[in-house]
Ligand binder design. Sequence first.
Ligand SMILES: Cc1ncc(COP(=O)(O)O)c(C=O)c1O
Length: 404
Amino acid sequence: MNPLDIRPLFPILDQTAYGKPLVYLDNAATTQKPLPVIEALSNYYLTINSNIHRGAHYLAAQATEQYEATRRKVQAFINARHSHEIVFTRGTTESINLVAFSFGQRFLNPGDEVVISAMEHHSNIVPWQLACQRHGAHLRTIPFSDDGVLDLDALRSLLNEHTRIVAVNHVSNTLGTVNPIAEIVKIAHSHNIPVLVDGAQSIAHMAVDVQALDCDFYCFSGHKMYGPMGVGIMYGREDLLEQMPPYQGGGEMIKDVTFERTTYNDLPFKFEAGTPSVGDVIGLDKAIDFMLQTGIENIARHEKQLTDYATQQLLSIDGIRIFGTAPHKTSVISFLVGNAHPYDTGTLLDKLGIAVRTGHHCTQPIMDRYGIPGTVRASFAAYNTTDEVDSFIAALNRIAPMLM
Ligand SMILES: Cc1ncc(COP(=O)(O)O)c(C=O)c1O
């Protein structure tokens, strides 16, 4: 894949910031959207905007058809067994909150344990803390090594008859580590413990097959995979979803309502209360097309080249420390320049047109683990170029002496 071929699909990248060409390296926060996604959004509002499922008219039928077609596309994209195992949410955060609430209601009791890793995003920590508080359960964490590799022996020794679920990310948004999900699932399943995977940072960078991984839940956001903000996915295994109570009550999720009693709708509607982000879901369809047409293998290969090159160039600058050096990484590089505060580095880079993220990246326990306030994070996507890495490195070479 030549990134220059897809670049025209992203006109937002053709602009300057403070008179310098914009170099967008904040892709782990959100990716830019290709034109077909933007056009699908505006076409939806221009031509078929209407509420889905309940309308007996032409526009509602078209919107419903496209919404449900996207569900089937997502099903194929992650190789789920059934389309009703795909639940549309607002994003990864809502997907994990849904599972933590609903799974917790059904399966968590006083004295039970929930195991997460020490490299989770706050979105995969706080919902479980809340669930543990509600049910008198305890949160346990899998530690990781200095280079950012999870300790699977520690996982093995954490699991016991009280463990009800393991929740881990596929890729760490701060360290870039790709966690061995299939192996983690095997370990957990040998104790009959289900596994939730936070796929927010993996879905745009590798082919995901939920049956091959054998995971029980897989959560991700449309906006991190070239799709619109406002749509996310909660994949869950049918047998578990059937046993879990609804997350929110309202329209769409019911079969019959009386003041005495409500019966719930079938999957997936039981978990989709109220009016969803119909236009965003339809836009996500085009994001999946973009990824498949570009080729997930091509994207992964290109991003690895950029990451390896940028890492090598970064290490040639005096005083740079990289956090997260696991052998298996995606296109995320977290670093510090000497002891400079990450915010200072980020601000100076910004003035040179380079967009990176600074701070704790919603992973404060990782920062505590390393005893640092935060990092500067550069993250690459399919449309980034080697020239952009060169601009980033040139900018750092310019500002590093000012910061040391
Ligand atoms: C690993 C991880 N999990 C969860 C989230 C939350 O995603 P969202 O804000 O789209 O709900 C993020 C966002 O950065 C993330 O990187």
